[in-house]
Design a protein around this ligand. Structure first.
Ligand code: MN3
Length: 203
């Protein structure tokens, strides 16, 4: 079965003013759609057609670069839409809050380290909060459309929060001011979803 573009879980203007409508329309409708189309073309007639996107990522070293770029693009954006939302921001609660405090000292210190990973990623890529194989939280950044699920990642694990720092994610509204975009990102983080992903990753 071919991969499909998932519907956005909110309207394209729902994250205004932090993520503008035009960016959201192009980012979801054009960029993500292109990753899906190109992934389907890259795996057509191969065994990968039967696999989940997670399983493709976990064995990405076996695949051509088109699968790595577009499969990563599909996985990363599918996650990204869900960890943002309207009426979001604030702070996580429960086990996730405890885990962030244990790993980074405080939510503010976590945000600082995550923003550092996001703003210093040279060129295009992503910043991540992930759960490692031993159940610990870690921050990483990856180039292009790589992600922590991939067997080629420097820091491996299950991503539970990602910030897209490709220019297509912010340039229309923020131009070259990536740090401003990353600061605004915290206003749209759906911590309930991140907590749900944390719980699932810990199992
Ligand atoms: Mn993107």
């Amino acid at each position: 079965m071919a991969f499909e573009l998932p519907a956005l879980p909110y309207a394209t203007n729902a994250l205004e003013p932090h993520v503008d409508t035009k960016t959201m329309e192009i980012h979801h409708g054009k960029h993500h759609q292109a990753y899906v189309t190109n992934l389907n073309n890259a795996i057509a007639g191969t065994d990968a057609e039967k696999l989940s996107i997670e399983d493709i990522c976990k064995n990405i070293s076996k695949y051509p670069v088109a699968v790595r770029n577009n499969g990563g693009g599909h996985y990363n954006h599918s996650l990204f839409w869900t960890i943002m939302g309207p009426n979001a921001g604030g702070a996580p609660g429960g086990d996730l809050a405890d885990a962030i405090n244990a790993a980074f000292g405080s939510l503010d210190e976590f945000k600082k380290q995550f923003a550092q990973a996001a703003t210093t990623r040279f060129g295009s890529g992503w910043a991540w909060l992930l759960v490692t194989a031993d159940g610990k939280l870690a921050i990483s950044s990856t180039p292009n459309q790589d992600n922590p699920l991939m067997d080629i990642a420097d820091v491996k694990g299950t991503p539970i929060l990602g910030c897209d720092v490709w220019e297509h994610a912010y340039y229309l509204h923020y131009q070259n001011r990536r740090p401003d975009y990353v600061t605004a990102f915290w206003n749209v983080v759906n911590w309930n979803k991140v907590a749900e992903l944390y719980k699932a990753a810990k199992k």
